[in-house]
Design a protein around this ligand. Structure first.
Ligand code: MSP
Length: 491
């Protein structure tokens, strides 16, 4: 995936009906970790996120707030931008679907589908879930409700343009076969493949009733369906068709998404690209869903976890660490403060914080040079970590990095470093300082702030993946505060 030396990763673009919650933060932080990792490797990286601003859902939220959709979108977008800044999300592009160049790209794209003979006019009759902005047939409904989110659906009967999705059934199945990594993680692939094998129905791509949208090219009565508008963001943000970024970065290496929007990304989007004669992304990775303290998060329950509250209470890096360390990227999980506190105390304070503090205390006191032979180096398998990160196994990679942190602590204890002196102490400190320097590089994608703090204490600048080999320690030690504070576990 990364052999070309470029890495284009995207998050979904989030609806601006409300401020971000922990679910949105999860995808965005996971994508940020991967983007930072590829920057460490020296890849040319483009990390895109943004907001999905058109459609019925946003229009309804704006109306409720007594604002125009654009005014409302502007205010919610700023909550996203503030949140990502606070959570150390270093994106390269932030797309808003209300950007004028995006609207132009959507119209150009639809025209390509029309030119290819893939669009025809008809009448849509069926159900619509406003929350998911998705069409459903009678058969798909579950107990008369949206099969995806369980909310009420409404009857829709309107003129519509349709996309000949059915035409692409074989091409999609061939594509999945030839590109076994496209549908990721693998255990989610069969669900998509079986549904495509069952047959594809043409899909509605315009609405007449919803006017908070991109005007449909060539027909003043129609507006582009919000999902078609939204998916095109992945190329419009790169300046498609002519943009330099498009030439440099497309196709995407990874579309990172939540599992509920897999169909749109793994079936509709590739078919649209086939219709427009454009290259397909290399991978769609659908991650799992978080519950909050054992409950599904919902407006009616009012239990959305605000990531900024968590960051204020425990630190940004504790939050970032927890989200990645608690579960593999594909799995579902539960966000609980009890679990978060257990990881802070057990892993951030006791493993990492303690290691740095102990070593720097000894190193600061030591007057000689840090010289020795790299005894700890064999405990670290960088290529294994690298291949896990390439497979988007952020959980496994972080686990391995932690294994090395624990090895370093074990080394301190087994050697009883505090009792050593002279050459023996010099050798032990050399090993431990080099270990700390490398640990700081390896954790930097996950916990950028902590990595900077460690670097400051070691008196070194930021490193790259190439620097993750034992060499000569060149820092100037200046021990600081403990990196993390122990948190009282609530009863
Ligand atoms: N606007 C569409 C996406 C268009 S992409 C071309 C959309 N937006 S959304 O605001 O509803 O965001 C959905 C995404 O938020 C999910 O795909 C996932 O990335 C994230 N999550 C929302 N709730 C989540 C959880 N409870 N748990 C984990 N992630 C979830 O869908």
């Amino acid at each position: 995936m990364s052999k070309l030396g470029k890495f284009y990763i995207t998050t979904p673009i989030y609806y601006v009906n409300d401020k971000p919650h922990i679910g949105h933060a999860y995808t965005t932080i996971a994508a940020d970790v991967l983007a930072r990792w590829h920057r460490l490797k020296g890849d040319m990286v483009f990390f895109l996120t943004g907001t999905d601003e058109h459609g019925e859902k946003v229009a309804a939220a704006a109306e409720k707030a007594g604002q125009t959709p654009k005014q409302f979108a502007d205010s919610v977008v700023s909550t996203y931008i503030t949140a990502w800044k606070r959570l150390e999300v270093g994106y390269d592009g932030f797309i808003r679907t209300t950007d004028p160049n995006h609207a132009k790209a959507v119209q150009d794209f639809v025209n390509k589908m029309v030119d290819n003979g893939d669009v025809y006019k008809g009448k849509y009759e069926g159900w619509y879930c406003v929350s998911d902005e998705s069409f459903w047939t009678d058969l798909q409904l579950k107990d008369g409700k949206c099969p995806e989110c369980g909310r009420e659906v409404k009857k829709v009967k309107e003129d519509s343009y349709f996309f000949r999705l059915s035409k692409y059934q074989d091409a999609l199945l061939d594509f999945y076969k030839e590109n076994p990594d496209f549908l990721s993680p693998r255990y989610r692939a069969n669900e998509i493949i079986n549904r495509v094998k069952d047959g594809l129905k043409d899909v509605s791509i315009s609405r007449t009733a919803i006017k908070w949208a991109v005007p449909f090219p060539g027909d003043a009565q129609h507006w582009v369906y919000v999902w078609v508008d939204a998916l095109i963001n992945y190329i419009s943000a790169l300046g498609w068709p002519g943009g330099e970024n498009y030439k440099a970065y497309w196709p995407a290496d990874v579309h990172l998404i939540g599992k509920e929007i897999n169909w749109f990304h793994s079936v509709i989007w590739p078919a649209m690209l086939l219709s427009a004669n454009l290259p397909l992304p290399k991978k769609v990775f659908s991650h799992g869903w978080w519950t909050a303290e054992g409950q599904k998060m919902s407006k009616s329950r009012g239990n959305f976890v605000n990531p900024l509250d968590i960051a204020d209470r425990y630190s940004v890096d504790a939050l970032r660490y927890f989200l990645i360390r608690e579960l593999p990227l594909g799995d579902d999980g539960d966000f609980s403060e009890k679990a978060l506190i257990a990881r802070i105390n057990g892993e951030l304070v006791a493993d990492l914080g303690n290691l740095i503090y102990r070593i720097l205390t000894l190193a600061e006191r030591f007057a000689g040079e840090f010289r020795g032979s790299p005894e700890l180096e064999p405990k670290l398998d960088i290529s294994k970590i690298e291949s896990k990160m390439d497979d988007l196994d952020t959980f496994g990679a972080l686990n391995d990095i932690w294994g090395f942190i624990r090895e370093a602590n074990k080394y301190v204890n087994e050697k009883e470093v505090w009792k050593l002196s002279g050459d023996e102490l010099s050798n032990a400190l050399y090993n431990l300082l080099e270990a700390c320097r490398i640990i700081s590089i390896l954790i930097s994608p996950f916990m950028p702030e902590t990595s900077s703090k460690i670097n400051a204490q070691l008196g070194i600048g930021p490193g790259t993946l190439n620097d993750c080999r034992f060499g000569r320690f060149k820092g100037r030690i200046k021990k600081g505060e403990y990196l993390f504070k122990k948190v009282e576990q609530k009863a």
